[in-house]
Ligand binder design. Structure first.
Ligand SMILES: Cc1ncc(COP(=O)(O)O)c(C=O)c1O
Ligand SMILES: [Zn+2]
Length: 426
C-alpha cells in the first residue's frame, strides 16, 4: 500500500449501525436486521468529525483508488484486501453522444475494475476487510455472478476460505471465473431469491461472513465510491442525470447517499446534489423496481421467474427495492426497462462508438438511457449525463453468439486477400 493511502482513516468515523426504519442503534457487529422492527441496518457516520479532515486537497493527494474516501467507508483500520480497487475511468463519450443526440455524455467504466471487472470489487473490498476486522474465518455470498467472482478472488488474495452460492443457470464464464480462485462453488436448483433465502439460513447456522447478508451494511457502503469518483472526475460537479442498473437496488441508493454526503461535507456546491436526477434501469424480463416507478406504486410485486439475458440483474425480490424507488423518485428521476433485443443493440452500440465492451447489465443501462432520452425524461441539452457501466462483456458472450459478423476465412496468400477485398468493394 502507498504512504498516501496508509495515512487515512486514523479516526474511526463510524458511530454505529442504525435502523433505517425505527432509528434504533446497534454497536458495530456483523448484523444487518433490526431486532425491533426487522428494518435494514445502515452505517451512521460522524460527519462533523469527517468534515474537519476530508477536504478536496486531502482527497486529491491520495492514491487513485476507492480508499481516497476512506473516512466515508466503514473500516476501523486500513483495508487489507482490495487496496488497489476503484478509480476506474470516466470516459467522455462524444461519438455515442452524437448517436443519441445529446450534448454531454460520460461513461463510468467499471468494466475495467480491479480485480474482477465489475463494480462488485468495490463492495467486496469493504466487506472482506471488515470480515477480517471481525475475526471471521470463512466468507461467503449469494450471487448472480459478479459478486461470486469478486468474493472468490479477494478471499483468495486474503487467504480466506470462501463458499459461493449461485443459481444453477448462471453464465459459464461467471462460474469458471469463480472456481479458478479455489472457492467452493455451490449451484442451487432455484432462482437467486431461493439462493438468498438459503444463505440467510446458512449464515445463522454456520456463523460465516456472508458479504451480502450479515455483512450487508458494511458491504453496501463500498458502492458509494462509484458515486464519489464520478463527482471528483467531473471536477467536483454532480451530473445532471445518472442512469444506474439495479438488481437488489443497493447501488442506486448508495449513489444517492454518496452525492448527499459530498454536499453535506461541503465538497461540492451547496445543494447541488439535489439537482441530480437518478434513473433506474432493469431488463424487461425482471423489472420489479422499474415497474414500481412506472406504475407509481410503493409496494413491490416480486418477479417469480426472471427471463432476461441480463442474469446479473435477475433478482425478482430485491432487498433494497423500496429504498431504490425512494432514491429515484426523491431525485426527480425515472426508470426504464429495455427488452433483450434492445439490450444487445445497446451493447453493440457502446462497443462500436466508444470501444467499451460491457456485459448485459451495461446494455440494460444504455438501453434504458436511450428510452429516457426518447421520452424526454433526459433532455438533449442537459449535461453532464452519466451512464453507469458496471460489468465486462467478456463474461456474458452467449447472447451475442450468432448476432455478430463472423470472420471471413481465406488462404494465406495475397491473391486470396485481393479476392476478398474485391468482393467487399463491390
Ligand atoms: C454488473 C452489475 N451491475 C449492477 C448490479 C446491481 O447491483 P445492486 O444489487 O446493488 O442493485 C449488479 C448486481 O449484481 C451487477 O452484477
Ligand atoms: Zn428498527
Amino acid at each position: 500500500m502507498t504512504t498516501a493511502s496508509m495515512s487515512v482513516a486514523k479516526n474511526n468515523p463510524v458511530t454505529a449501525l442504525r435502523c433505517r426504519e425505527c432509528g434504533n442503534e446497534y454497536p458495530k457487529a456483523p448484523v444487518h436486521v433490526c431486532e425491533y422492527c426487522f428494518g435494514p441496518l445502515e452505517i451512521a457516520y460522524d460527519y462533523a468529525a469527517i468534515g474537519k479532515v476530508l477536504t478536496r486537497t486531502v482527497i486529491e493527494s491520495r492514491a487513485p483508488n476507492m480508499w481516497r474516501y476512506a473516512e466515508l467507508l466503514p473500516l476501523d483500520a486500513p483495508p487489507v484486501v482490495g487496496t488497489q480497487t476503484g478509480m476506474t475511468p470516466l470516459v467522455r463519450a462524444d461519438r455515442l453522444a452524437r448517436r443519441l443526440g445529446v450534448r454531454e455524455l460520460w461513461v463510468k467504466n467499471d468494466a475495467v475494475s480491479h480485480p474482477t471487472l465489475s463494480f462488485k470489487d468495490r463492495v467486496v473490498s469493504v466487506a472482506l476487510s471488515k470480515a477480517i476486522e471481525f475475526g471471521i474465518k470463512t466468507v461467503a455470498c449469494a450471487s448472480t455472478g459478479n459478486l461470486a467472482n469478486a468474493t472468490a478472488a479477494q478471499a483468495a488474495a486474503a487467504g480466506l476460505p470462501a463458499v459461493i452460492l449461485i443459481p444453477f443457470d448462471l453464465e459459464p464464464a461467471k462460474v469458471l471465473a469463480t472456481s479458478i480462485y479455489g472457492a467452493r462453488v455451490v449451484a442451487v436448483k432455484g432462482t437467486y431469491d431461493d439462493v438468498n433465502r438459503l444463505c440467510s439460513e446458512i449464515a445463522g447456522k454456520y456463523g460465516w461472513g456472508f458479504v451480502n447478508v450479515n455483512l450487508r451494511p458494511f458491504y453496501a457502503e463500498g458502492s458509494k465510491s462509484f458515486g464519489y469518483e464520478i463527482v471528483e472526475q467531473l471536477g467536483w460537479r454532480c451530473p445532471a442525470h445518472i442512469v444506474v442498473p439495479m438488481a437488489g437496488g443497493s447501488l442506486v441508493t448508495k449513489i444517492g447517499k454518496a452525492f448527499g454526503e459530498l454536499d453535506k461535507l461541503g465538497l461540492i456546491a451547496t445543494g447541488s446534489a439535489r439537482k441530480t436526477k437518478i434513473h433506474g434501469a432493469q431488463a424487461a424480463g425482471c423489472a420489479p423496481i422499474v415497474d414500481m416507478v412506472l406504475e407509481n406504486r410503493e409496494q413491490m410485486k416480486p418477479v417469480r421467474t426472471p427471463t432476461s439475458i441480463a442474469k446479473s440483474l435477475a433478482i425478482g425480490n430485491p432487498a433494497d427495492g423500496f429504498y431504490a424507488r425512494q432514491t429515484i423518485i426523491g431525485s426527480g428521476g425515472f426508470a426504464a426497462k429495455p427488452d433483450d433485443d434492445e439490450i444487445v443493440a445497446a451493447m453493440r452500440l457502446l462497443a462500436e462508438t466508444e470501444g467499451i465492451f460491457t456485459e448485459t447489465a451495461g446494455g440494460v443501462t444504455l438501453g434504458a438511457t436511450m428510452k429516457l432520452i426518447a421520452s424526454g425524461k433526459i433532455g438533449k441539452d442537459d449535461g453532464p449525463i452519466v451512464v453507469s457501466v458496471t460489468g465486462n462483456g467478456m463474461k456474458t458472450q452467449d447472447p451475442l453468439v450468432g448476432k455478430l459478423p463472423t470472420p471471413a476465412l481465406i488462404g494465406p496468400s495475397l491473391a486470396d486477400f485481393d479476392k476478398l477485398e474485391a468482393t467487399i468493394s463491390k
